[in-house]
Design a protein around this ligand. Structure first.
Ligand SMILES: [Zn+2]
Length: 229
């Protein structure tokens, strides 16, 4: 059942390794199919090079395993909170990629310092507040998902497809797992560039007119970037 979805999630997880965004068993990718209400996710603690497509786990929106012999990722409830909070998304990625995690550990939003950033994120990539002790000691993973939704506030998730969870790591998303992986790759590069820029000179944010030009030429009804489909 859901062979195509399992294949997508399996491939997307291997892409994290291919792009150097994960080490050991860090990170994972999930996909949510709105029509069936089912989520496919990587199993917990299974190494990427041992993992097979049949190891992918299928759960419903309450997190109950519908199909799969292995335990789903311990981050399952974070994903469920995000799929419930963000109606338009179908894929979520979570990594501990080096530079994006450094900004998460600093609890700092990544400022928009240039057009590379502006091409993907319509403003600074936000960092969450810290979890309260109660949030950590109760439904920690689910509360992490709520924290991500909280910092995004009313912004459309697909215009800001990334959030840094303070003291922890980055989460990215898209309509598909492949899109969420693409954003995770760009986020890591943008975080690295921002770190380098800050080490060269105290950075000034990009001008709004340039931010809008670059973001909207790629992500708006009037977009003209790329080849006509
Ligand atoms: Zn983590």
């Amino acid at each position: 059942m859901l062979e195509k979805l399992k294949e997508d999630v399996f491939r997307a997880n291997l892409d994290l390794v291919r792009h150097g965004l994960v080490m050991m068993t860090f990170g994972n990718v999930s996909r949510f199919e709105r029509s069936s209400g089912l989520m496919v996710i990587k199993p917990s603690g299974v190494s990427y090079n041992e993992m097979t497509v049949n190891d992918m786990v299928v759960t419903d929106l309450s997190g109950s395993v519908i199909e799969g012999a292995l335990k789903p990722s311990t981050d399952t409830r974070t994903y469920l909170a995000l799929y419930q909070a963000f109606p338009g998304i179908g894929g979520v990625v979570y990594t501990h990629s080096t530079y994006a995690t450094a900004w998460a550990q600093a609890g700092m939003a990544i400022p928009c310092l240039g057009t590379t950033h502006a091409d993907y994120f319509h403003g600074p990539v936000p960092a969450t507040r810290r979890l309260t002790a109660e949030e950590t000691e109760t439904d920690y993973e689910y509360n992490t998902g709520l924290l991500i939704a909280e910092v995004l506030g009313g912004a459309a998730p697909l215009t800001m497809p990334a959030v840094l969870v303070t003291s922890h790591a980055p989460f990215t998303w898209g309509e598909t797992p492949a899109q969420a992986v693409h954003v995770a790759v760009i986020l890591e590069e943008v975080a690295r560039m921002a770190t380098l820029t800050a080490s060269i000179a105290p950075p000034g944010e990009i001008d709004k007119h340039l931010l809008d030009r670059h973001y909207l030429r790629k992500h708006s009804s009037g977009s003209y970037y790329g080849q006509k489909k």
